[in-house]
Ligand binder design. Structure first.
Ligand SMILES: [Zn+2]
Length: 64
């Protein structure tokens, strides 16, 4: 049984940008992965598990 991918948050330490991603499947699609910060161009983005609030917000936004 496949395990659903866990939501995660991408964070930029330089400018404070962050985005919570709720993957639809194991394969990340465009818009679900960031090679660099869209705001400042920092390529050393950090990933962490999404908090419950971030996860709830991201799942809510995904419906629209
Ligand atoms: Zn940034």
């Amino acid at each position: 049984m496949p395990i659903p991918p866990r939501p995660f948050t991408v964070v930029c330490d330089k400018c404070g940008w962050k985005k919570t991603v709720v993957p639809m499947s194991d394969a990340l699609r465009p818009g679900e992965w960031f090679e660099q910060c869209p705001r400042c161009g920092n390529k050393e983005l950090k990933m962490r598990a999404a908090g419950w609030l971030e996860k709830a917000v991201a799942e809510f936004l995904r419906r629209w």
